[in-house]
Design a binder for this molecule. Sequence first.
Ligand code: URA
Length: 229
Amino acid sequence: MQNSYKRVDAHLSSLGYCSRSEAKKFLKIFRVCVNGVRVFDTNKKVYHNDVTINEKVLDPESLIILMNKPSGAICSHDDKGSLIYSILPDRWQRRNPKISTIGRLDGDTTGAILLTDDGVLNHRLTSPKSDVSKLYKVTLFNPIRGDEEEIFASGTLLLSGEKKPLLPAKMKIISETVVHLEISEGRYHQVKRMFGAVGNKVVALHRVGFGKYNVEGIELGEYKILDSQ
Ligand code: URA
């Protein structure tokens, strides 16, 4: 667990409680204490774990969040429309470093997505070398034809416009039009393109699990903070 030693104004601002210029006013309005002693001086250096605001401990210094993404939430900081970050508390949206999704899900895809302000972790889990498994529940337009499992498992399927075949993926049939698909890569629109390549169309896509995490017990649009990675 981190416990940085920083000026109180800089620290509160990096956690999104107030901007540095608002810190003086913030310290007047809220009971910011260090080991129980109230602080008014914005220059004071503090350890994260010693600070309380109105008797509550600070938000964690580093956040890792598991969200059950609802349909329509966009995994981007720049796009117009309903961004996934608007589901988080306002304060978390002002944190520096920013909270970002670990990889992306399409706007209409629901399910498990991690978000973090830990750039190193984000890079590690999204790097092409990372082999984190992702489990999807896929609802299809047409009934499966029977050869998909073998084609996906072969490690030879080439998506249109790509030079490198996909790594083997595991498919499990749930019904004629619903399957579970486990992949370890994260190529652009990968699941939709895989089913496109076998003459089908995805009508609903839900990510059940990302690595060791799954969204069982988390409602759509809800999230929980994970302790650490
Ligand atoms: N594959 C897709 O096609 N879309 C997603 O959102 C995730 C994986």
